[in-house]
Ligand binder design. Structure first.
Ligand code: NVA
Length: 377
């Protein structure tokens, strides 16, 4: 049967079909030029790699399966990837690394723009083959949906030229790291196009892309040429010492409303496009936890990594009492779902999903353009 399967222009229109990741066979990858930056000095994960403990995989899968159940009960169709044996090495003509990672966070790998799904040009060597876990699904969408555009960004080589070496130096203080973020000085070079899909915030005709450790300027130039009818914006968040992925920093809830991590505020001059177009940016609530769970890459700000089901409904992690309360005050109906056991595998509720179908079309949410927009690529 030929039917429309893929369509999604933003993160807030009614969600009808989504991919939810799986934790099976997940590994902590060995250090490599792009990821050593990510493991804090005092983390128990430092210097440690290999398959994640089986009991943690099982606990994560229980919560992922429960998320599937919650979504299914609300009428959202859910597909799942097919995990690889992630403990295999990755060997190419340009590099070699000891293992792969996971397919728990599809949001990093797959970017849905309208009827297109792009396999991202990811900068971690350990994630080089991650898209293969989603190939059975994308192949099926291609067979069944005559309008589905299946694409892949230019495959990066990830040779040594793609990274600044010794960028990660343990003597560098947190303050110096923040200066680097403000100066847009990141571990990746401009040698080739590099981006993770989770650095892209989709708002109809406008794509807001975080320039950080996993996404470079060349990627933004690629998006600009690929989508001449869309507007591409480069945003950066100087309060974030490890800027990886926009979805624990700047999260749209509905047209006109964004929650922003109060430690990583969008700089004043980059806010103008939102202000001129009547968008409200509010500080996100404080996380309920002071530490991420064990063996977790992400910060406590996964509290704001929510999954919006429609303009009035949002799924929030069940223990995040302050975020639940804020959502309620912002007029959202909140569905609490326990998810902390899955965090260590690659993030929160938004990370663990990738849009296949949301209702709606490509809207212009920023029609006022009569000013100097410093974010515009
Ligand atoms: N890098 C972000 C997580 C993004 C989902 C953080 O640790 O806050």
């Amino acid at each position: 049967m030929m039917t429309k399967i893929v369509n999604s222009w933003n993160d807030f229109d009614p969600l009808k079909h989504v991919i939810v990741g799986r934790a099976d066979h997940s590994c902590i990858p060995p250090e490599e030029p792009a990821t050593s930056e990510k493991v804090p000095i005092d983390s128990t994960m430092r210097g440690m790699w290999g398959p994640r403990p089986l009991e943690t995989v099982e606990k994560a899968n229980i919560q992922l399966d429960n998320l599937v159940k919650v979504l299914t009960e609300r009428g959202v169709k859910v597909d799942r990837p097919e995990p690889l044996q992630w403990n295999q090495p990755v060997i190419t003509p340009d590099f070699r690394t000891g293992s792969m990672m996971t397919c728990m966070p599809p949001r990093d790998t797959l970017l849905t723009i309208g009827s297109e799904i792009i396999e991202a040009a990811m900068s971690f060597r350990c994630r080089f083959w991650e898209y293969l876990a989603f190939r059975p699904l994308l192949s099926r969408y291609f067979n069944e949906d005559p309008e589905f555009l299946w694409s892949q960004a230019p495959r990066p080589r990830l040779s040594d030229k793609s990274y600044k070496h010794n960028y990660y130096d343990e003597r560098i203080s947190l303050e110096e790291r923040l200066v680097r973020t403000a100066n847009k000085d990141f571990v990746t070079t401009e040698e080739e196009i590099l981006f993770d899909a989770a650095d892209v915030m989709r708002v109809g005709k406008d794509l807001f892309i975080q320039h950080g450790l996993t996404t470079n300027r060349k990627a933004m130039e690629w998006f600009k040429r690929k989508y001449p009818d869309m507007r591409i914006h480069a945003v950066n968040f100087p309060g974030d010492p490890y800027p990886i992925h926009i979805d624990a920093t700047f999260v749209p809830l509905r047209p006109g409303l964004i929650i922003n991590n109060p430690h990583r505020r969008l700089p004043k001059e980059q806010r103008v496009i939102f202000e001129k177009n009547g968008w409200e940016i509010v500080d996100a609530a404080q996380p309920a936890h002071t530490e991420p769970p064990p063996l977790c890459y992400s910060s406590v700000w996964l509290s704001m990594n929510c999954l919006v089901l429609d303009h009035k409904t949002v799924i929030v992690e069940a223990s995040e009492v302050h975020q639940l309360e804020q959502m309620d005050k912002l007029g959202m109906n909140v569905i609490p779902v326990a998810f902390r056991d899955a965090y260590a595998f690659g993030g929160g509720l938004h990370c663990a999903t990738a849009d296949v179908y949301r209702e709606g079309t490509c809207q212009d949410y920023f029609p006022k353009q009569d000013f100097d927009d410093v974010t515009r690529v």
